[in-house]
Design a protein around this ligand. Structure first.
Ligand SMILES: [Zn+2]
Length: 287
């Protein structure tokens, strides 16, 4: 599935991935049959991460522990075993540099789902040990019958625009020179529009209007959904929250074009290619 004509490509981790075959998840006998099929395959892991081939592809072996039904690749069932939580596991973030973009949606699903099982073994309602059901797409408590679903944590990430310039900020952990879109978790009882306005007000002291959705991206570290937005600022006067940001500035269209083109005299280092912040900048520039 490509981006709409004329637009830059979809964000990393987006795309069709596997057929998730949701209808089969609640059919116990169908699941048993699938798991026993000779063409069933299981994702290979090492140190808490899917093993990648030299080409950045996921690797598959015999389905010896078909615990999580990831879906169908054509007609071939694909599984993962639940992975134990490894305290000092290498950063999944680092694996992204190697990962083939066509494999990224399945990598994201398998990583988030497997880690969720590893970290959510006990019932949040009564504390009893729960068990995976629905092919691993939820866990049920045998003591109180509560059903628990994998977490998805919504995060708004946004470009604020004023007079043809965009607001970008620097978090302390960024490499030297990098600026990116501001972002924050959506809170309970909050719309996306309200979350965008609140985060921009908290971090940069600006008021915004006309918040609109641009694109989204799963971000499996461990279970975020990045929701990319654009908003118009009422003023360019900034009050920066220095607990959250090192700096925030307005950048012109030519600043942003130079940074995305990798110009040696660019005024800032743009977000990496896998980040939806980059997609937001590319789409803004192309619009
Ligand atoms: Zn329970």
């Amino acid at each position: 599935m490509g981006a709409p004509t004329g637009l830059p490509p979809e964000p990393f981790f987006c795309g069709p991935g596997l057929d998730r075959a949701d209808a089969l998840r609640s059919d116990e006998s169908a699941l048993e049959e699938l798991a026993a099929r000779p063409d069933a395959r299981e994702l290979q892991w090492r140190d808490g991460l899917p093993i990648l081939s030299d080409e950045g592809r996921l690797t598959w072996g015999e389905a010896s522990r078909p615990e999580l039904f990831l879906g169908l690749d054509g007609s071939s069932p694909r599984y993962s075993a639940v992975q134990p939580v490894i305290p000092d596991a290498p950063s999944a973030f680092g694996a992204m540099a190697m990962l083939h973009s066509g494999e990224a949606p399945l990598f994201a699903a398998a990583l988030s789902l497997s880690r969720w099982h590893g970290r959510h073994r006990f019932c949040a309602n009564c504390g009893h040990l729960t068990e995976p059901v629905r092919g691993g797409w939820s866990r049920r408590c045998p003591a109180c019958a509560a059903e628990h679903f994998p977490r998805v944590d919504p995060v708004v990430i946004m470009l604020a625009e004023y007079d043809g310039r965009l607001l970008l900020g620097r978090q302390p952990q960024y490499p030297a020179g990098r600026f990116s879109a501001l972002a924050g978790f959506v809170e309970v009882g909050e719309s996306l529009e309200a979350a965008v306005a609140r985060e921009l007000h908290e971090e940069a002291g600006i008021s915004v209007r006309n918040v609109r959705y641009v694109a989204s991206q799963p971000w499996p570290f461990p279970s975020s959904l990045m929701i990319g937005c654009h908003a118009h600022a009422d003023s360019d006067a900034l009050t920066i929250d220095t607990n959250e940001l090192d700096d925030a500035r307005w950048f012109s269209r030519s600043d942003i074009a130079a940074a995305l083109a990798g110009a040696t005299d660019a005024s800032f280092l743009p977000p990496p290619k896998a980040a939806i912040a980059r997609t937001l900048l590319e789409r803004w520039l192309a619009a």
